[in-house]
Design a protein around this ligand. Structure first.
Ligand SMILES: [Zn+2]
Length: 240
């Protein structure tokens, strides 16, 4: 090999080494949202990823809205591509158990296994681990709180529900969601309810027209300085 060709190859090797590795699986850097400055609201979707998650993600992307998905491990394993997409598109992921048992009615080892299996499933699907726990049915007691603390996660409930699982009606879901919407609210919805996904373009447009910025739960709770095991918002009668 001539000296000239060798040095050309050396230059090519340097050029390759200098080319940044494409970070395909990583979330784009999220612009900081300050909920003291802007009117924030967090839409949260439980029990997914549901069958209609793709359409929901399309809507959120179109309107540049962020959401939080409290995922069930069993569906993370059956629909991992949606989970990966959620992370890539800047949404937040939370843990909602593996198979949705009532955490206040099962043994501690079951709770731990339900949480761990879901953490593992999300990690496998999207390379990240949820930092928030929402127990099935929003039911928690001191034992659940202690276990959440072991996992380093606060327990996130909601300020209001859309009642979508009950009405399964596009107009009713839209009406209820806009009725209960408030600044720094955390709204419970479900991406397995087809009508919720159908209502979303209209809901997002209406919220944005009212001045809301749709953010993740972590954006909303930033100022709360929650500790692992803390419950937010604190339900009535919760003695902590
Ligand atoms: Zn649920």
């Amino acid at each position: 090999m001539s000296r000239q060709i060798t040095s050309l190859l050396a230059i090519a090797a340097v050029a390759v080494a200098l080319t940044p590795t494409p970070a395909l699986a990583q979330a784009p850097k999220k612009p900081e949202v300050d909920c003291e400055q802007v009117k924030c609201i967090a839409l949260t979707f439980d029990d997914g990823p549901g069958k209609h998650a793709g359409k929901l993600l399309d809507t959120l992307k179109k309107y540049d809205a962020k959401a939080t998905f409290f995922l069930e491990g069993q569906y993370v394993n059956s629909r991992p591509a949606y989970v990966k997409r959620m992370v890539q598109e800047g949404h937040e992921l939370g843990n909602h158990s593996y198979k949705h048992p009532d955490f206040t009615k099962v043994d501690p080892w079951v709770i731990k296994s339900e949480i761990q299996r879901t953490q593992d499933a999300v990690k496998k699907a999207a390379g990240v681990e949820p930092k928030l726990l929402r127990p099935p049915y929003g039911l928690a007691d001191l034992q659940v709180s202690d276990i959440a603390a072991e996992f380093g996660m606060p327990i996130i409930l909601w300020t209001a529900g859309s009642n979508d699982w009950n009405t399964k009606n596009v107009e009713a879901i839209k009406k209820k969601t806009l009725e209960v919407a408030e600044r720094d609210g955390i709204i419970l919805m479900h991406d397995w309810v087809e009508q919720t996904v159908q209502a979303m373009p209209s809901i997002v447009k209406s919220l944005q027209a009212k001045g809301y910025t749709l953010v993740t739960v972590s954006d909303i709770i930033k100022r709360q300085e929650l500790q692992p095991g803390d419950v937010f918002p604190l339900p009535e009668g919760w003695d902590k």
